[in-house]
Design a protein around this ligand. Structure first.
Ligand SMILES: Nc1ncnc2c1ncn2[C@@H]1O[C@H](COP(=O)(O)OP(=O)(O)O)[C@@H](O)[C@H]1O
Ligand SMILES: [Mg+2]
Length: 296
């Protein structure tokens, strides 16, 4: 097991501080990095992979700075970039062989891994099929397979669930949870429901900062008793929307059913309901962002 420690990590692109004062220690398990577009997830992952150098702070693997570890550190890493490219004309098998060569892995070793990897990502029967015939989910899974070629102990997956349909999502979940058993897996997404149940710990990022981290249960505990449901007129709904965090809205004849996250009761007829990770994320990212704080 490895320990990856980030201390005060910062990345500035000219005037833009994409990652700021990031402090965290990762060990084994599945970590879900959640944040809206532009939050700094990709930048953070590229820093962890050593593709980018921090403009401040340090990243240590087992107490050694990663920039001093070089090839030894790269050998521990598997990375699926957000903009992962592939050649449609390659078969799954040929693609993995090609990626293994790029990673300077011995050909015999790669050959011996290919069947095992295709099996791990549930693509065994697609070995001889060209990538251009693959669905979005299959492409993501072959992307994960290439990241696993060197049997990495630290696996970084940037938006691996982008474009998956519900069935593919279930498959993906199974693949990830088995991978997290003996390595560190960090995956990013801007879609809350994509990390429900997958991640052992969730890190919420906003404007380059780590807002909050915890287990899903721990995060939900923070909003226990803050989630409300009520049915109001269109007029009232507009007013509530201006003053409260509304996590869902549904037309109900002439009226509107609102789901609200607030410490105090938003209307006298509002009923407490069970919260979701989505409610928690909206609430925590908005109050910590300093917005609407007066109403909470
Ligand atoms: N190469 C770059 N040059 C300048 N700004 C960048 C660059 N890459 C990312 N950014 C900016 O940094 C912020 C974080 O981006 P990114 O890490 O891609 O976030 P995310 O992956 O969460 O969407 C954004 O405001 C983005 O516009
Ligand atoms: Mg990104």
């Amino acid at each position: 097991m490895h320990k990856l420690k980030l201390t005060d990590v910062q990345k500035k692109y000219k005037d833009k501080e994409a990652v700021r004062k990031f402090n965290y220690t990762f060990t084994n398990g599945v970590y879900g990095l959640l944040g809206e577009n532009g939050a700094g997830k990709t930048t953070l992952m590229r820093l962890i992979c050593g593709v980018l150098k921090p403009t401040g702070g340090k990243i240590y693997c087992d107490d050694i700075e990663i920039s001093y570890m070089g090839a030894e550190y790269r050998g521990l890493l598997g990375y699926l970039p957000q903009d992962f490219g592939y050649y449609g004309g390659f078969t799954a098998e040929r693609f993995l062989r090609y990626m293994a060569a790029l990673k300077a892995l011995p050909a015999e070793y790669a050959d011996s891994r290919i069947d095992e990897l295709l099996d791990a990502v549930e693509l065994k029967n697609m070995k001889k099929k060209k990538l251009k015939t693959f669905s979005g989910g299959m492409l993501r899974r072959i992307g994960i397979a290439q990241a696993l070629l060197n049997d990495p102990e630290i696996l970084i997956l940037d938006e691996p669930t982008a474009g998956l349909d519900p069935k593919e999502r279930v498959r993906f979940r199974n693949v990830i949870s088995s991978l997290g058993e003996k390595r560190m897996v960090l995956l990013s997404t801007h879609i809350v429901s994509d990390i429900d149940y997958i991640a052992d710990r969730i890190l919420i990022m906003k404007n380059g900062e780590l807002l909050l981290e915890g287990t899903e249960k721990g995060i939900m505990e923070k909003i226990k008793d803050y989630v409300w449901k009520c049915i109001v007129s269109q007029e009232e709904a507009e007013q509530i929307e201006n003053n409260y965090i509304v996590s869902n809205m549904r037309n109900y004849g002439k009226n509107v059913e609102l789901r609200i996250v607030s410490q105090k009761i938003p209307t006298k007829d509002a009923e407490n309901v069970e919260g979701t990770l989505e409610d928690a994320y909206l609430y925590l990212s908005q109050i910590k962002g300093g917005e609407r704080i007066a109403t909470l």
